[in-house]
Design a protein around this ligand. Structure first.
Ligand code: SAM
Length: 252
């Protein structure tokens, strides 16, 4: 998969991309990521990318022409990108489902805003405007990294075990079940022993599978019941959910 990120702070993107699973995928060539410095697409001596807002008001606005030139250069080098994403707190919510859909695109361009954001005419060249949540950050670099990371996990060959991606929280509309590793017992607060649930040490794979389903459903019901409306459940899970809801109603 090919990704281009346009930013005025390339170092904010390049360093995190060099580490971990994403760094290895780039090294192997599974992901072809280029970070483009927006200032390289200015034409003036001072490499100015922003200007005052028409109509007055605080802050500066990112000029449209360097962004258009950056997109033209990317197209000339790579061919027409089908997906140009504007990072914006005003965009549609970026979710696991959006990440999965975008992982099917051959080429994605991510535009990182700064200051008061982009001159609105930039939207002319944008296919999607996406927000990572209802809060405002100082720039689009962190959102672009978040999106790239979540998208890349769905690209075949990026995460070693694709099953783990399929089982992650949100992938089926459920939160993930709790995980434990060695040691089987450790002292918690006031020396109270914190034990791994017996079932996970039992070696009984059918019981473990059922326990994990139950825990995933129970966590989702407690923490994010809104997700259950869109969850795809098998018969066993549907029965477990009825049981959990029944037990909860009994307690109320
Ligand atoms: N004045 C803009 C508004 O209220 O919509 C906010 C601009 S923000 C300070 C600067 C840049 O950070 C935005 O252009 C966008 O690229 C990025 N950004 C900030 N919060 C974001 C979010 N929640 N999701 C995605 N991008 C965000």
């Amino acid at each position: 998969m090919t990704l281009d990120i346009v930013t005025i702070f390339p170092a904010m993107i390049e360093q995190p991309l060099a580490a971990g699973i994403i760094g290895r995928a780039i090294e192997r060539g599974t992901l072809d990521v280029k970070v483009r410095d927006l200032r390289d697409f200015t034409t003036d001596r001072h490499r100015v990318v922003d200007d005052e807002p028409y109509g007055g008001g605080p802050g500066m606005v990112l000029k449209p022409d360097p962004i258009f030139r950056a997109l033209d250069a990317i197209e000339a080098e790579r061919g027409r990108p089908l997906t140009v994403i504007l990072t914006s707190p005003q965009g549609a919510r970026f979710t696991q489902a959006v990440a999965q859909r975008l992982s099917g695109a051959e080429h994605v361009v991510l535009l990182c805003g700064r200051y008061e954001g982009f001159d609105d005419r930039v939207r002319e060249r944008v296919t999607e405007e996406l927000s990572i949540g209802d809060y405002v950050l100082t720039g689009g670099e962190l959102p672009a990294l978040v999106m790239l990371d979540a998208i890349a996990r769905f690209v075949p060959g990026v995460v070693g075990d694709e099953q783990s991606v399929a089982e992650d929280s949100f992938s089926r509309g459920l939160l993930d079940f709790p995980q434990y590793t060695r040691p089987p017992e450790i002292a918690g607060a006031a020396e109270r022993p914190l034990k791994v649930p017996d079932v996970l040490l039992s070696g009984n794979h059918a019981e473990i599978r059922r326990w994990r389903k139950r825990e995933a459903l129970s966590r989702t019901l407690t923490r994010r019941p809104d997700l259950l409306d869109g969850a795809v459940l098998d018969e066993e899970e549907a029965a477990l959910l009825r049981e959990l809801k029944g037990a909860r109603d009994g307690r109320d």
